[in-house]
Write a protein that binds this ligand. Structure first.
Ligand code: UN1
Length: 510
C-alpha cells in the first residue's frame, strides 16, 4: 500500500501496509494470486491485493448461507435498524471512502462523494422499506377462504459489480437485499479491490458490533473464475450482475441453466434529443455533464445527441464551447477544481483510440477532441463526432469513453426512431417544453428505454426510482420503486378457515 502522506485516508479506512486480503467470509483472508490496484491518474501501483481462489469463494457462499439462518430470523424493522447504522457509518466515512474511490477508480472527488451519498440514500430508503415490505390480501372465490401474498427472503444474493460505480452499485443491491432478509456475496471489479475491501469493512463492522455474523456481507475478489463460482452455485438463488452486455448474456444463460434468477444491468447507448422547443442553454449544460461527466464512464452517459436541424448548428457551437471549458479543468481527480479526470485504465484508452480510428474510417468528422492527452495516467480528450451513419458498428455499440455522436433530424418521430434503433435500452432524454412532444416521448410510441427523462440529461438518476433498462440492457430494475420484489420470493397462500373442503372452479370430486 502506498504510504504517501497525501493518502492518509487509506489508514482511516483500516487499510494497512502489511497485508490486504481480498476475501471476507466473516474472517479476512484469501490465498489467490496477487493483483495490483493502479491509480488511473498516474498509472502507478497503489497497492497489491491478494485475491480469493474459487474454493474460497465457494466457502464464502457457504458462510453467507450459514449467516442467513440467523439474519433471516431478525424481523424486517430490526434489519432496517442495522441498515440505519450502516448509513450512519457511511456518513462518518464519506470523505475518506470518497477519496479512495477517486484515487482507485479515477472519478473526480465530488462525483466519488456523490456515489457514497447514493449508498447512504439507499440505506435510508431501506430503513423505510423495512416497515413497508407489504403483501396483498385477495378475495377468494370460495366460502371461508382467504388468499394472501407474503414476500419471503430469497437467500444468498450474489452481487457482481463494475469498476465505474465501485460503491454505489454494491450499495443499491446490498442495502435492499439485506433489508429483504437476504445475505450477500459480493465480487467487485478486479481493478477496484481496495474500494471493495474498505466498503466491506464498514458494513461488517456494523454487523459485528450488533452481534451478527460479518458474513451477512461477504466479499470475494478475483477474475472470472471467482465470478463463475457465484454464477454457477445453486445456493445463490439470485445473481445481480452489472457490466457489459457480452458478459451479462453469459451470466444470464448460466444462471438460467440452473433455474436461478438474474438481475442484469448491462450496456447502455443513451441518446438525448433536443427539439427547437427545448431550452437550448439548459440542454447544452446538461449535455456537457452527461457526455463527459465520469469521463464518459457511466452506463447512463450520453453517447448520442439527436438534434433538430433548426437548432443543430447553434447547439453544436455551444456544446463545443462547453467541451472547451472542460479542457481547462483537467487534472488529478482528487484535486480541487478539477472537473475531468482520466479513463480507468490503459485498456479503456486503447478502446477510445480504436473507436476514433473506426469513426474516421467510416467517414466521421471529429468536431472536437479525438486525441490521447500527453500526460501521465490515462487521459483522453472529450470528443464529439458527426457525419456517421447511425448504422455503423461503433454507433451501435457502447464505448465506455467520453465520445458522443451527433445526428440531425427534422422531426420528433424521426428522432424517437433513431433513439430506439439500437439494441440497448437503458436511458434517454428529451429537451422540449411542448406538451405533445413530452406526451409522445413518455408514451407507448416514445422512448423504449427503462429511463425516460424530460429536460434533464441521461445520467444522474436518483435512488427512489427503479433503475435499469430494456432489451440488451438486460431488463433488470434495482434501487427504488418496487425493485425490492426482485430480492424476495412470493408465496401465494390460501387459507381455509371454514370446516369444509371446497374446490376451486366449483369442481366436484365426490
Ligand atoms: C452506472 O453507471 O452503472 O444514473 C450507474 C446514474 C447513476 C448510476 C449510474 N446514479 O448516472
Amino acid at each position: 500500500l502506498v504510504t504517501d502522506s497525501k493518502y492518509g485516508f487509506l489508514k482511516q479506512l483500516g487499510l494497512t501496509t502489511e497485508k490486504n486480503p481480498g476475501l471476507f467470509d466473516g474472517r479476512w483472508g484469501g490465498s489467490g494470486k496477487v493483483i495490483e490496484s493502479v491509480s488511473p491518474a498516474t498509472g502507478k501501483v497503489i497497492a497489491k491485493v491478494r485475491t480469493s481462489t474459487s474454493e474460497e469463494a465457494n466457502n464464502a457462499i457457504a458462510e453467507s448461507r450459514k449467516a442467513w439462518n440467523q439474519w433471516v430470523l431478525l424481523p424486517a424493522p430490526k434489519r432496517g435498524e442495522i441498515l440505519r447504522q450502516i448509513g450512519m457509518e457511511l456518513r462518518n466515512n464519506i470523505e475518506p471512502l470518497g477519496r479512495l474511490v477517486s484515487l482507485e477508480m479515477g472519478k473526480i472527488l465530488p462525483e466519488a462523494i456523490g456515489e457514497i451519498q447514493e449508498f447512504i440514500d439507499v440505506c435510508d430508503y431501506a430503513v423505510g422499506l423495512s416497515r413497508m415490505l407489504g403483501g396483498s390480501i385477495i378475495h377468494s372465490e370460495r366460502k371461508s377462504h382467504i388468499i394472501l401474498e407474503q414476500w419471503n427472503p430469497i437467500g444468498v444474493v450474489g452481487v457482481i459489480s463494475a469498476f465505474n460505480f465501485p460503491v454505489a452499485v454494491y450499495g443499491w443491491n446490498a442495502a435492499i437485499a439485506m433489508v429483504c432478509g437476504d445475505t450477500v456475496v459480493w465480487k467487485g471489479a478486479p481493478t477496484t479491490p481496495l474500494t471493495s475491501i474498505a466498503t466491506t469493512k464498514i458494513v461488517a463492522q456494523v454487523l459485528e458490533r450488533n452481534g451478527l455474523p460479518g458474513s451477512v456481507a461477504s466479499l470475494v475478489t478475483g477474475g472470472s473464475d471467482v465470478g463463475d463460482t457465484i454464477v454457477n452455485d445453486t445456493r445463490v438463488p439470485l445473481v445481480s450482475f452489472t457490466g457489459s452486455t457480452e458478459v451479462g448474456k453469459n451470466v444470464a444463460l448460466k444462471v438460467q441453466q440452473r433455474f436461478g434468477k438474474s438481475l442484469l444491468e448491462l450496456g447502455g447507448n443513451n441518446a438525448m434529443i433536443v427539439t427547437p422547443d427545448g431550452n437550448l442553454d439548459m440542454a447544452v449544460q446538461t449535455a456537457v455533464f452527461s457526455c463527459v461527466g465520469t469521463t464518459g464512464q457511466r452506463c447512463t452517459s450520453t453517447r448520442r445527441l439527436i438534434l433538430h436541424s433548426r437548432i443543430k448548428d447553434e447547439f453544436l457551437g455551444k456544446l463545443k464551447a462547453g467541451f472547451k471549458s472542460i479542457l481547462e479543468r483537467i487534472g488529478d481527480p482528487l484535486d480541487d477544481n478539477v472537473l475531468y479526470g482520466p479513463l480507468h485504465n490503459q485498456q479503456a484508452v486503447d478502446k477510445y483510440k480504436q473507436t476514433i480510428e473506426s469513426a474516421l474510417q467510416n467517414g466521421g468528422k471529429i468536431e472536437f477532441g479525438g486525441q490521447q492527452i500527453n500526460r501521465a495516467g490515462f487521459y483522453v480528450e472529450p470528443t464529439i463526432i458527426s457525419g456517421l451513419s447511425p448504422k455503423v458498428e461503433i454507433v451501435q455499440k457502447e464505448t465506455f469513453a467520453p465520445i458522443v455522436y451527433i445526428f440531425e433530424v427534422d422531426s420528433l418521430t424521426d428522432a424517437i426512431a433513431l433513439n430506439n434503433d439500437v439494441s440497448q435500452g437503458l436511458s434517454s432524454a428529451l429537451f422540449s417544453t411542448k406538451l405533445e412532444d413530452i406526451s409522445l416521448w413518455v408514451g407507448p410510441l416514445g422512448s423504449d428505454c427503462g429511463i425516460v427523462n424530460v429536460n434533464i440529461g441521461t445520467s444522474g438518476a436518483e435512488i427512489g426510482g427503479a433503475f435499469g433498462g430494456e432489451k440488451a440492457t438486460g431488463g433488470g430494475r434495482e434501487c427504488g420503486s418496487d425493485s425490492w420484489k426482485n430480492y424476495m420470493r412470493r408465496s401465494t397462500i390460501t387459507i381455509n378457515h371454514g370446516s369444509e373442503i371446497t374446490l376451486a372452479q366449483g369442481l366436484k370430486f365426490e
